[in-house]
Design a protein around this ligand. Structure first.
Ligand SMILES: Cc1cc2nc3c(=O)[nH]c(=O)nc-3n(C[C@H](O)[C@H](O)[C@H](O)COP(=O)(O)O)c2cc1C
Length: 327
């Protein structure tokens, strides 16, 4: 089950009983691996209503019943760690101006409060260690909460993607400009979190080609991948999650994965998928592109997704009504 933001945490951004039941129901129905909804690593990194955070002990404690219940059914659960950067507004950051690689406002409207996204402020290089520490702290809290591991959310236009993207990142310091510099923050966070959790408990999610309202691709995506993927390999990362958000998998993620395998020589685990049929999923695995296939909306709408797939039964479509309810 891929990461899906739901917005049902309590006012302290803690996991609730209803959330526990939501995840347990999928585990009870044989989903093998659950990636949680994005969990915010520090309050100023928030950009949504009622999403969970992992920045203090109480928040970590609130996840314990969920990790325990899920693991009871033999399912593994990873916490997805997230900083929204400029995809935010003061309404969600406790009044603080959202941060980004540069002071460039995201286009469009924040659907959470129907206001324009805030004009972010550029992070000073001296503040970067705080961001890295917030990821490390959240990863540490996730382990104390009993998670099997963590996924770093480096995709979908959020903070780390705002450093990758040359159209947003206009910095002139060591975190901007060249491909190496734009990948630096991602590599520093990954190195730091690896030292806390180790390679078996860490996934990194990137989305070099994706659809979220519009098709979006990294500028010079192959040049970026040629540097980033071997660099992640060198520092010891072993699991990559290639997302295309809700784009067509074959037009976006699949060519990226092919590149990662054949040109970047990534021989470790790749997970991914977007609404694949069972035959297509098997084909991706047999072709050696994917090691694990994820589904999002289908598992959200069908808690008994695995049985339905096994029996070749019809799947319910995710509707706004289903999306707005936790079951
Ligand atoms: C309601 C919803 C919330 C999502 N939230 C997140 C998220 O928090 N983090 C993330 O990495 N992806 C998120 N995604 C993207 C999914 O993980 C997945 O990549 C996407 O839905 C494509 O897979 P699918 O076609 O099987 O649904 C979300 C998708 C949906 C539908």
């Amino acid at each position: 089950m891929s990461a899906m933001t739901r917005g049902f945490a309590n006012q302290n951004h803690e996991c609730t009983e209803a959330m526990c039941e939501y995840y347990s129901r999928r585990a009870r129905n044989d989903v093998g691996l659950i990636l949680t909804e994005g969990i915010i690593i520090e309050p100023s990194g928030d950009g949504y209503n009622n999403v969970p955070h992992l920045s203090n002990d109480e928040q970590a404690l609130s996840w314990k019943p969920t990790t325990k219940a899920v693991q009871h059914f033999g399912t593994k659960i990873f916490a997805q760690l997230w900083h929204c950067g400029r995809i935010s507004h003061q309404d969600f950051t406790g009044g603080l101006q959202p941060v980004s690689s540069s002071a460039i406002r995201a286009e469009g409207t924040n659907r959470q409060n129907n206001k324009a996204f805030a004009i972010p402020r550029s992070l000073d290089a001296s503040e970067i260690p705080k961001i890295i520490n917030a990821f490390v702290n959240a990863a540490h809290l996730a382990l104390t909460a009993g998670f099997n591991g963590v996924e770093l959310h480096f995709g979908h236009g959020y903070l780390i993607d705002q450093f990758f993207d040359a159209r947003i990142n206009k910095r002139t310091d060591q975190y901007g400009g060249s491909v190496e510099n734009r990948c630096r923050l991602a590599l520093e966070i990954t190195t730091a979190v690896l030292s806390v959790v180790g390679p078996e408990k860490l996934m990194v999610r990137i989305s070099p080609s994706r659809y979220m309202g519009e098709i979006y691709e990294w500028d010079n995506k192959y040049q970026m991948l040629a540097f980033l993927i071997p660099a992640l390999d060198n520092i010891g990362l072993r699991i990559l999650d290639i997302s295309c958000a809700n784009a067509n998998f074959y037009e976006t993620a699949q060519p990226i994965i092919q590149e990662i395998r054949e040109i970047c020589h990534w021989e470790h685990v790749v997970i991914g998928g977007a609404s694949l049929t069972l035959d297509d999923a098997k084909n991706e695995i047999c072709a050696g592109r994917l090691d694990l296939v994820t589904w999002g909306r289908a598992i959200l709408a069908n808690p008994d997704f695995v049985q339905r797939m096994q029996e070749n039964a019809e799947l319910l479509e995710m509707t706004p009504e289903i999306r707005n309810r936790l079951f």
